[in-house]
Structures are given as C-alpha cells and as structure tokens.
Ligand binder design. Sequence first.
Ligand code: AMP
Length: 376
Amino acid sequence: MIPPGKTLGILGGGQLGRMLAQAAQTLGYRVHVFEPAGPCPAGAVANHEVNANYEDTAALTAFARECAVVTYEFENIPSGPLAVVAPLVPLHPRAEVLHITQNRQREKAWLRAHGIPHARYAEALDGDIAPAVAEVGLPCVVKTADFGYDGKGQMKLADAADVERAAAIFRGRRCVVESWVEFACEVSVIVARSAGGEARAFPVAENIHTHHILDFSIVPARVDAAVARTAGQLALAIADQLGVVGLIAVEMFATTAGEVLVNELAPRPHNSGHWSIDGCETSQFEQHVRAVCGLPLGGVAVREPTVMVNILGDAWFAGDVRREPNWGVILAEPRARLHLYGKAEPRPGRKMGHFTVRAATVEAALARARELKAKL
Ligand code: AMP
C-alpha cells in the first residue's frame, strides 16, 4: 500500500489529471504532474508541475524518482520512453495496457483474441482501405489506428464514391475499417481494479454524442437489465484479462438487435464517468487513486439519478461574438453542480468543463439538464 502523504505522479495535465489530482489531495497525497505544454489544468492544482516532452527520458526518470507511484490520464504517450518509469516506480495501469489500447489495430486484435464481442472489422494494410472495405461491407467507418479520439481521424462510408474519397484521404495511414453499427444507444462502464484483483464496476452510463464528442452521460442508463448486466460483465472481464490496476473505461454499443459490442477501451478516468463526482458514493477519480495506491476500493452505488453535460468552447460564442456563458443558470439550480477546468482559451469543440444535474428520476434530470444547457 502507498499511504497518504506519498507522491502520486500523473503523466498528462488535462482536465482528467486535474480532477484526479484534486481527489488524490483530498486523500492526503502529494501530486506531481508531467505535461509537455505548460501551464496546464492539472498543474494548476498540483504540488509540482514538470514541463518536458514525453520523449525526454532524463526528465521522465527524474520525475519518476520523486514519485511513489505513477499513472497517466492521457493515452497517447509514446510507450517507448515510458519504459524508463516502470523499473523505478510502479506504473499503473502497466505499460502493456497502454500499448494495446493506444492503437486501434492492437486493441481490436486483443478483443478478437479474447473473444470479446465487437463490431466486425478488417485492418487496412499498406494504407489501402479498399480490400478492407470489401471484406467488411458498406456502410462502414474508417478509423486511423493511432492518435484518434472524439471522432478525429474517422470517416463514415456509405457508397462507392465515399470509398474512393476515403482511399485518397487515408492512403499510407494505418487504419481499421469497421462495420457500421445500428445502435439503440451507446453505453460505457468504468471498472476499477486493484493489484490484489479486487474489482468494482461503476453503474452503466448511457452516452449521447454530438459530432462524435460526448454531450450527455445519463446514469442509470435507460437500458434493459440484461443489457446492463452484460455491459458490466464485459467490462469486468476486460479489466481482469488485461490485468489493469487502476481504471479502465469500456465504451460499448447496445445494438437494436439486443447485443452489446465493445467499441473502445481507455485505461484511465473517462469523460463518461464525470457524473460520479456528484452522483456516486465514490468518484471515478478517487477510485483510481485508491486502486493505484492499493487502498480498499470505495462503494459504487448511484446516490441519485444524475446527468452530466459537457461544456465545450462553443458555449463562449454566439455567432462570431465571444461572450461569457451564463453560469448563473447553473449556479442558481440547487441540484446542479458546475465544474470548470481552468482553461484560458475557449475553442469550438474544446472541453472546458461540465455540469451535472441530479433528480428523483433520470427523465427529470435529463429534461432539466437540456433546459440548463439551452440557457447557458
Ligand atoms: P470512437 O472514436 O471509436 O469512440 O467513435 C466516436 C463515435 O463515433 C462513437 O461514439 C459513435 O457515436 C460513432 N461510431 C464509431 N464507430 C461506429 C460504428 N462502427 N458504428 C456506428 N457508430 C460509430
């Protein structure tokens, strides 16, 4: 066990690192943050911020030496340089988990090899998508293997003209081509697992994306009990088989045919778990700290139906005019909570904060959340 008072190192300095740092400090830990471009949202609340590139192994080594345990809040950390950390100090989740989940080809191959249900897919070899499209069929979606998130590096293909355009756009890039899934809804489950194998799954969140970016997370998810049970079991099996210590978020499609298909894995706190700060017995951030530090895991019961709404930089713009969002509408609501990440520059699509709304029922919370969002 790494007791409170020791130093937790976080690689990556965005909002996930910020909320993780805050939870760690509540439990009495010191927090050091490593982020290439400072000043960063996590660094603003940490005990110490280091600004250096992830390839700078001397800086990574010095950082690791000052920490009792190191974790990450960002997947796109090159796994090569990261190899200097693990011999010095525990790195959770282990580097192999990051290596698999930061690349869609490796992630899909892992799902396939472990018998985890997922959408039919084919790898585009040599940067030529046509054979993979032929194998999977239309409609489908092409996704770059590396550095994709929030729908970046993705394209839906419906007909031959799309295939031709995509072939030019993705030429020479490593991709996967995935069958288009007719989903009833998207859900996610976040699992915390500690070194001893104790694991807990947070309740299933129902996620609504707009332009590929998470817009609303709704808990409890409005799905059949059987779908919720399957989603939870799949996420627990994945955490166990990957040997995750810390959190892993599993994004899934609940299909119109009643199946649950795994879409994506993220071995870190996840946007669809932000509701837990206000709506759950233990927040995902505190749970991650508990898991990587070897403390007993906290309860995961829903305290009250909760809806989380992302606040993007778009909220600062009315047409071309920049203005401050109307925070008063959220702050005046007794059952709403506002979380802002301290980012200076609002840009369209940039995650600047979120708010949650709690109510006696999910329907009431969602209706109120939509009203507040519209008035922001
Ligand atoms: P991803 O980056 O893989 O999480 O994809 C972002 C979003 O695009 C997902 O949350 C879905 O809304 C949509 N999407 C991705 N893949 C598919 C698919 N195979 N079928 C239908 N929708 C998809």
